[in-house]
Design a protein around this ligand. Sequence first.
Ligand code: ADP
Ligand code: 5GP
Length: 185
Amino acid sequence: MKALLLTGPSGSGKTTLAHTLLQRYPELTFSISATTRPPRPGETHGKDYYFLAEAEFDRFLAQNAFLEWERLFSGHRYGTLRQELERIRDLNQVPLFVKDVKGTLALKNLLGPGAITVFLLPPSLETLRERLIQRGENAPADIEERLLGAKEEIRRIAEFDFVLYNDELPKAAARIERIIQRYLL
Ligand code: ADP
Ligand code: 5GP
């Protein structure tokens, strides 16, 4: 199945780039993840995430409703609901997934070779730290956890179809648009 899977460390620019792509390509539909983390200011349930209580997440787990899920930062869980993929498939749209490295590889495995994986690489860990601080959404300890995670994730870049260097946003956007036009439209 055709799909675009964006991955990379937290703060690498996945959400920012995803917003740009969703505006430019009406064929793409964002796959909304379920999470137990609380919403950030400006985030909406059913748009940015399905924000679930721990018990609701447990209930979906018991129903085997997740295609994949992970426990990530500050102990919060994140997962892809099977019904979300079905919703996008029924719309005849190409799903855009924004996931961590493990979730992305699990989904690629499920979706097959039509699914294109793109790893967003920040210019340096120091730049990544600055972007996370500047985003202003995470406590210092949470940022350190995300940076440790980044080192682990960057080790695995060889497992993705494309590595996209995110130095300047317009350049990164142009690079990913070439990938979309060649492989997904
Ligand atoms: P992710 O979704 O991967 O966690 P975000 O899209 O939230 O990352 O980006 C993290 C922060 O870095 C945001 O404040 C965003 O505006 C900023 N950012 C993303 N890409 C760039 C870039 N190329 N240059 C400068 N700032 C960027
Ligand atoms: P944030 O808390 O910054 O929104 O997201 C933290 C991390 O969770 C990001 O790297 C994001 O890509 C990842 N993530 C979001 N949804 C999912 C999901 O459904 N599954 C997995 N495995 N990771 C996810």
